[in-house]
Design a protein around this ligand. Structure first.
Ligand code: PNS
Length: 168
């Protein structure tokens, strides 16, 4: 077994929020390396393409030597094995997250008992923040300043403007 503890932080990150950033920073302080692993899910209709999401995360974490950004498809535990990761990090915001997260953690443990899921709580100001709500607020003209990284805010504005231009 490698001495280095590698953690995977998987998700859709459509878009990356400050809640995600907070968890990644905490993970970077706990593990030798944390890999932000963006799911390539062909079924969903995402707002940002996978290459856009990778670029955003790489921009935000450019100054972090032990944060890596990658993509994956297929089973998370297979990907974790391929990355020699022993930990899956997930953020827990509220009790409402718990049931789904517990199901995933126990299914992943059944599939690969060598990978441990570690839950972390984001800082209080982000406990209600989700990518879904961010998209909804932006689509309806609200501000998401302070709950997403600046680069995400800029990209959301560009996307909205592009859509409005196309419709005009
Ligand atoms: O951002 P999300 O939607 O909360 O992330 C969900 C994710 C990517 C962690 C989950 O859908 C996943 O792990 N997908 C990969 C397929 C897989 O391994 N499924 C079985 C999980 S029990």
């Amino acid at each position: 077994m490698s001495a280095e503890v590698v953690a995977i932080y998987p998700g859709s990150f459509d878009p990356l929020t400050n809640g995600h950033v907070d968890i990644i920073q905490r993970g970077a302080g706990l593990f030798d390396r944390i890999v932000v692993s963006i799911l390539v899910n062909l079924e969903k209709a995402p707002l940002f393409t996978v290459p856009e999401r990778v670029e955003i995360a790489r921009t935000v974490f450019a100054g972090y030597a032990n944060v890596e950004v990658d993509t994956f498809d297929g089973l998370l535990v297979d990907y974790a094995r391929s990355r020699h990761a022993s930990v899956i990090v997930r953020g827990l915001r509220a009790v409402s997250d718990f049931e789904y997260e517990m199901q995933m953690a126990l299914m992943n443990r059944r599939l690969n008992p060598d990978v441990e899921t570690v839950f972390m709580m984001p800082a209080e100001p982000y406990t209600y923040v989700s990518s879904r709500l961010v998209k909804e607020v932006v689509a309806l003209g609200g501000s998401v300043t302070g709950i997403v990284p600046r680069v995400v805010e800029d990209r959301l504005r560009d996307k909205k403007l592009a859509r409005e231009t196309l419709r005009a």
